[in-house]
Write a protein that binds this ligand. Sequence first.
Ligand code: ADP
Length: 295
Amino acid sequence: MKKPTIAVIGSSSMDLVVSSDKRPQAGETVLGKAFDTVPGGKGANQAVAAARLGADVYMIGCVGEDTYGEEITANLKNNGVHTDYVEPVTHERSGTAHIILAEGDNSIVVVKGANDHVTPQYIEKAEELLKNSDLVMIQQEVPEETVVHAAELCSRYGVPLLLNPAPARPVPEEVLAQVSYITPNEHEAEVLFGGPALSEALKVHQNKLFITEGAAGVRWHNGREEVLVPSFPVQAVDTTGAGDTFNAAFAVAVAEGKGMEESLRFANRAASLSVTGFGAQGGMPSREAVEEGLK
Ligand code: ADP
């Protein structure tokens, strides 16, 4: 079978993670226990997950003119993602997330940096690629105008677009109409459609709207009825990146021409395996592991 070509328009970042017994108060200095840097960003995470699952993946994104930018790009390449459309932006820093793990909880400051340079003009540089892709993926860590433009371009070329509306922000009506697939988690679905109206939204956006419900699986309307496709029971150690793996796996399966039920089972299996490992990318499974898990 020919590998499907998937283009991911999205964010990339470096997570700077420090763990400490105590969270510092304003004006206070404390000693931390450990420090690590971990590549992340929903766009890069989804690109890496899709490449591990066997697609030919192109990332369309921006990094800063700094060492994090070099590391982010190297990490994508090491995972088999094409980085021809990942450009360093002069006089800008790479996207970063500054995470303090302390007292059983995390506090995070996100600086978008170069990710704000993934503009409508920028993605036009990849127009030929977008036109020739089997499927395009996008999330909401890039400017809203870029999501609007991607939806226009993909609908013009007849290329399916998967919008993962994360982090939560309302999606313009015209984008909703143009995308082929939209995959909020429960919180994002509430922001988009309002809690009580979810069943109605599923019916209106049948075969298009897929609401992920964590360990429970994913809910959609197949044109006849609302269906919950259950996930697989696992020992979860870290659920970071579950949604990213779900989206990538769903995209790969759909781009390969699998039916909807089969694609959702494949996505649930991949995402359930991802929560058994630490870190967003750390737990992302290989194609073989997902296929083995579906036997
Ligand atoms: P997000 O990570 O975006 O918040 P969810 O929490 O809804 O998204 O998880 C996405 C998908 O990951 C689910 O639909 C399911 O397939 C899988 N998943 C998440 N948590 C678990 C879990 N504890 N056990 C099994 N599968 C899980």
